[in-house]
Design a protein around this ligand. Structure first.
Ligand SMILES: Nc1ncnc2c1ncn2[C@@H]1O[C@H](COP(=O)(O)OP(=O)(O)O)[C@@H](O)[C@H]1O
Ligand SMILES: [Mg+2]
Length: 240
């Protein structure tokens, strides 16, 4: 696989013996310990675990936002864990979508401009018609020219979902995507995420505290103090 090319072919995400620690004063604390995990293309995986168990760190490493201390991370045949920062930036721009609890919209850009932004920075401005399709799919046609501060929380997150999908990523990551929303908006965001995962045939990996999200996922992975809970399915081969 050429990391420079946009590539929407199915790709398996594979972690082998991956560990990560952070310095704490003059000590280091182990945050992720010997994680081995395979996620097939098209899966919807929920990641659960108590606050501080390492969920966000795991997601960041799988998404190429952070690097492990040891072990490997592969997306298809690309070795994410050994890439340079420039190569990683390209992978994030073309193959990975990320949705944050706090939306991370660009405050000076409209809804349509936020959604189109990843196309601009990854040299795919010729695909700009995808913005209109996605605006319809997240039901924000009436909000096309609104600025982020004019939107409700649910509308902000729908903008963020559309933005994350505009490059047709192989894997879509969401870190507590409904954590800042009320129940009604949370349900709607979840429905939208799952509908679009199916429409775009992307892998979906969601960190959540919500058992209802986990029930909808094809598989749940639980972290306990930085280790995979023994009850977690480590491979899709055992997913029911
Ligand atoms: N950049 C960092 N520097 C130091 N410690 C960190 C950093 N990121 C996370 N941690 C620590 O790693 C642990 C796991 O954090 P995190 O992955 O955010 O957990 P979760 O998302 O499950 O709440 C916590 O103890 C947290 O304080
Ligand atoms: Mg977290």
């Amino acid at each position: 696989m050429d990391p420079n090319a946009t590539d929407q072919t199915p790709a398996t995400l594979r972690l082998a013996n991956m560990s990560k620690s952070f310095p704490l004063g003059d000590r280091t604390i182990s945050v992720l310990d010997d994680i081995s995990l395979t996620i097939d293309s098209g899966e919807f995986v929920a990641i659960m675990g108590r606050s501080g168990s390492g969920k966000s760190t795991l997601l960041s490493i799988m998404a190429g936002l952070d690097t492990p201390d040891s072990g490997t991370v592969h997306l298809g045949d690309l070795s994410i864990s050994t890439m340079s920062e420039d190569e990683l930036a390209l992978i994030r721009q073309t193959r990975i979508g990320f949705i944050f609890q706090s939306f991370h919209l660009i405050p000076t850009l409209s809804v349509a401009e936020n959604i189109g932004f990843p196309l601009q920075i990854s040299g795919q401005a010729d695909q700009i018609e995808r913005v209109d399709t996605l605006i319809d799919q997240v039901e924000l046609g009436h909000r096309r020219d609104s600025m982020p501060h004019q939107l409700s929380g649910g509308e902000k997150q729908r903008t963020a979902i559309a933005r994350a999908l505009v490059t047709r990523p192989q894997v879509l990551f969401a870190d507590e995507p409904t954590g800042n929303l009320d129940v009604g908006n949370a349900d709607q965001i979840l429905t939208t995420l799952i509908e679009l995962q199916q429409a775009y045939q992307t892998t979906l990996i969601v960190v959540t505290h919500d058992p209802a999200v986990a029930d909808l996922a094809s598989r749940t992975i639980t972290l306990v103090d930085g280790r995979l809970d023994s009850e977690s399915d480590k491979s899709s081969a055992t997913a029911g």
